[in-house]
Write a new protein. Sequence first.
Length: 267
Amino acid sequence: MPLVRSCPILLFALAFLACHSDGPALSQARAGPSTDPGTLASPAASAPIAVVELFTSEGCSSCPSAEALLADLSRRSTVYALAFHVDYWDGLGWPDRFASSEYTERQLAYARSFGSEGLYTPQMVVDGTEVVSGSDRAGTEASLDRALSRPSPATVSVRAHASGAGTIRVDYTVAGAVGDAVLDVAAVERSVSTEVRAGENAGRTLHHVNVVRAFVALSRPESSGSTTMRVSVGSSPDNLEVIAYLQQLPEPARGMRVLGAARSPLL
């Protein structure tokens, strides 16, 4: 579907970034074989899992309703929800402490894969293949129904543990239709709030779920391996979990399909 402008921000002239080994800015790595994967948590279930990515900002007045919808979706066992805070609102009155230019570039990669150069918030991407306005509950539900009706062609298992101050080690296995896919690994903070003092949401306390605090894309992952992630100081280990999802490289006008997914708390 064409991108629809929900808040008054459009970005053009950003360099295209796709989640593959040639991408210039998104955190990436080739993971080596895991030396001690242990018993991996969260093997891919027989029932399909849908991955929902929300691109959002604390500076956008249309985003709180989308984040409330994401919170509802995150309570479902069949939905893995992630909130990517983009940075193109930061100069308009309120700098979002969770925002990253990497997440803006990820949103642009999706826009390019759907044949557009415009960015907006709030925006939902469901299973890497459908774009929905972030506040559109009916549209999101319809996209989820379609995603959950498809079998997952690959399986992912993941086990995450704290390995030092601000460091997470993630062991994984992947099997099935892997090919040249990318394994996206996100450390998310389950619940956090911000008192916004300026910008469009001035005077509001915003509640967020599954805020992405660290993200790496493992190009052409081995069948088993491991990677490490650095998480911002102040993120409580008890409030963190890891979501990993295998994703196709961009296809013209078809997005980047999610092939399989898994999650793990910090052990």
